[in-house]
Every structure is written in C-alpha cells, then in structure tokens.
Design a protein around this ligand. Structure first.
Ligand code: AMP
Length: 373
C-alpha cells in the first residue's frame, strides 16, 4: 500500500460500495491499473466481486461492514448515490474519501439537486417542493398540468413517479404522499434526451466526454448514440454546463448529467449522478480512456488525458432475456462488444449486460443491434 506525493499508486486498495455493473466496470479498470479492489454488497458473488480481490457480504448501511471495508482500503468510492451518509462520516478518519459528502447530499435528493442547479443559474425545470396535501395543491396551482410528482429520495428509472394530468390525478396522488418528501416538476415537451459525463480531479482538471443521445423505453435507458445527433452549439453548451457543475460541486471523480433537449435547442438538466453512468458505457470502446478509468484516475489523484473519441458508437442495454438472445447470437456478430455482468438471475427489465458497436456510420451501427429494439 503506497501513498506518495498525494496520489495513490498501485497496488493500493480501492474499496467500492456497491457490487453491481458500475462497480464491476470500475473494478475492471482499477485492476488493469494494478490496484487491489474490495467490494461491499449484500449479494454474494456480486458482479463487481467477480472481478475483484475481495467482497464483504453485508447490507450497504451495515456500519460494521463499512468500517471493515474502510480498514482494508486506501480509498473509498461508490457506484450509486443512495449511500448512507452517516456511515460514510463514521469512517472518514480511517480511509481516504475523495468525493465530498456535499456532492452525495446534493445528488441523492431531488430538491437539494434542483436547488443547487437553480442557485447556480443552471438550466432546470420549474419545480416545487411537496411534503403534504396542502403543498401539493399549491404546487399544482403554480406548476400546472401536465406535471410529474417525484420522490426526493430513492427513486430511479421512473420508479416512485406519478404523472399528473388533471385534478383527478391530484386526488389520487394526495393519498400517497404523506410522510415522504416529493417535488412536483413541470412535464417538459422535449425533442431528445441527452447526457454527458464529466470528470474532475483535485487539481481542478476538468474533462468532458462526448455527448450521448439516449433513447428510453419504459423509463429505462435502452440505447445510447454517440455523438448525439444535435447541433454543434448543443454539444458546446452541454460541455459548458458540465464544467460549471463539476466546479461548483467540487467534483472528484466522474459525474453523469442527464439533459432534456427542447425544440429550440435549449438544454435543461434533468438529473445528476455522482458516478459513472449507463449512457457512458460507450467510452470503454470508443474513447482513449473510459469513464471508469477516468473515475479511478480522479479518486486516486492522477491527472487526466484530454478525452478523445476515435469512433462513433451505439450502446444497447440488454434487459432481461435479451441477454440470452445476445449470448446465443454473439457467435455470428463479430462487431458486438458484449458485456455480460454475470448476474445470477435474469429478471424482466433487469440490466443484465450491454453491447457496444463502434464505427463510422450511426445508421449502420443501429442496424447491427436492431434485434434488441
Ligand atoms: P428520472 O428518474 O427523473 O430520470 O425520470 C425518468 C424518465 O422520465 C426520464 O428519462 C424522462 O424520460 C421522463 N421524465 C422525467 N422527468 C420529466 C419531465 N420533467 N418532463 C418530461 N419527462 C420527464
């Protein structure tokens, strides 16, 4: 375990909270660089643990388990934002935690996240905080229809979201809201959903990855097309917004930013993810370094190269049984870069793996993966 000149050299140990596919791809990058990796996850042989040095099998909020991981690690990171922040505070004196708690606190709570964006003059949808039925009525008066009620904490991929189109929906929603924090946001009529990954290290070096165009199905990311087929000025604007967010958050590591693109080419930030993001998986094959390597480099105090992209790319998520289809057809599809996360159980709509294809023509690339539409 070496810690010299403020950066961590291999074979220091990186502890990752969470053993899913994001943790797995972070671990793979870290292992390539010679680091040791430990995972905390309740599922034995989790995807990340399959490619790591050790796993502590325990719930994410198990304080003793986190203490154990901290004691065995030189640096700690996480693959999701719903980390128990009190537990993290408890181990701050035992291990390096480069990502600021403030970043977690903001990005794990929709109101704090939207307030952060609004207060920094960053583009955000109209929203109102809702904690009880009176708040809801007032919020509906201000935001109007159509709108979406979202829980402040815990929701993802469209979970815990209620569409409000009329007063009847409001009455139904009113029965569900008490005891939780929500925000009501205006439903935006967007042309496209796009996203960008930004990386920042402690020397304030900031690098952005190319903008991705994302197609969702049932609220779950289905396909990412890179570079996004949008006007040049949208690319530049997204980069500018990403740089500002990285600075204001004092980001260390990689952050994913999801945007709505409006018909007039304005962009609105929908969500921040303080970690590598599903729509950035293409970076593994298409860029000089992947979002996962960038994250590892940042949390270990290393510099970043300027990000370059050699190929256009299309990434398609393999949800549920599409993994079986991909496994069976891989033999005759040499262009596919198949990533099989090694999850024990295939469940409908579960992210089981993904395929990336790279080349010159987006149209041809979309044809390569059309059976997963
Ligand atoms: P979220 O969990 O906030 O990322 O929302 C999941 C998906 O719901 C997004 O990717 C959008 O397709 C849709 N969505 C969320 N918020 C809005 C909004 N304010 N206006 C329109 N669509 C939205």
């Amino acid at each position: 375990m070496t810690n010299s000149n403020d950066f961590l050299t291999s074979p220091s140990t990186i502890g990752i909270l969470g053993g899913g596919q994001l943790g797995q791809m972070m671990a793979l990058s870290a292992k390539e660089m010679g680091y040791k990796v430990g995972i905390l996850d309740p599922t034995p042989k989790s995807p990340a643990a399959q490619v790591s040095d050790f796993q502590i099998v325990a719930e994410y909020n198990d304080k003793d388990a986190l203490k154990k991981l901290a004691e065995k690690s030189d640096v700690l990171t996480y693959e999701f934002e719903n980390v128990d922040q009190d537990s993290i505070k408890d181990v701050q004196n035992k291990v390096l935690i480069p990502q600021k708690l403030n970043e977690l606190s903001i990005t794990s709570h929709r109101k704090r996240e939207k307030d952060f964006l609004f207060n920094n003059n960053l583009p955000v949808v109209n929203y109102q905080y809702v904690n009880n039925v009176d708040d809801l009525k007032l919020a509906v008066d201000i935001i109007g229809f159509p709108s979406i009620l979202k829980t402040c904490e815990g929701g993802y991929d469209g979970h815990d979201q209620i569409d409000l189109n009329d007063q009847e929906d409001v009455i139904k929603a009113a029965e569900k809201i008490n005891g939780r924090e929500w925000i009501l946001e205006q439903k935006v009529n967007f042309d496209k959903e796009i996203s960008i990954m930004v990386a920042r290290n402690k020397d304030n070096q900031i690098e952005t990855f190319p903008l991705s165009e994302n197609i969702h199905k049932h609220h779950i990311l289905h396909t990412s097309i890179v570079p996004a087929r949008v006007d040049d000025k949208v690319h530049k604007n997204a980069e500018k917004v990403a740089q500002k967010i990285a600075e204001k958050l004092e980001l260390i590591g990689v952050l994913g930013i999801e945007f709505f693109l409006l018909p007039n080419d304005e962009i609105i930030v929908n969500e921040l993810a303080p970690r590598p993001h599903n729509s950035g998986h293409y970076t593994i094959e298409a860029c000089n370094i992947s979002q996962f390597e960038a994250h590892i480099r940042c949390i270990c105090g290393l510099s970043l190269p300027k990000i370059t992209m050699d190929h256009h790319s299309v990434m398609v998520n393999l949800l549920g049984d599409n993994l079986t289809l991909a496994r069976n057809e891989l033999k005759d599809n040499p262009a596919w870069h198949l990533h099989d996360y090694g999850k024990a159980e295939i469940r409908p709509e579960r992210k089981m793996g993904h395929i990336t294809v790279v080349g010159d023509s987006i149209e041809d690339l979309l044809k390569e993966v059309k059976q997963f539409e």
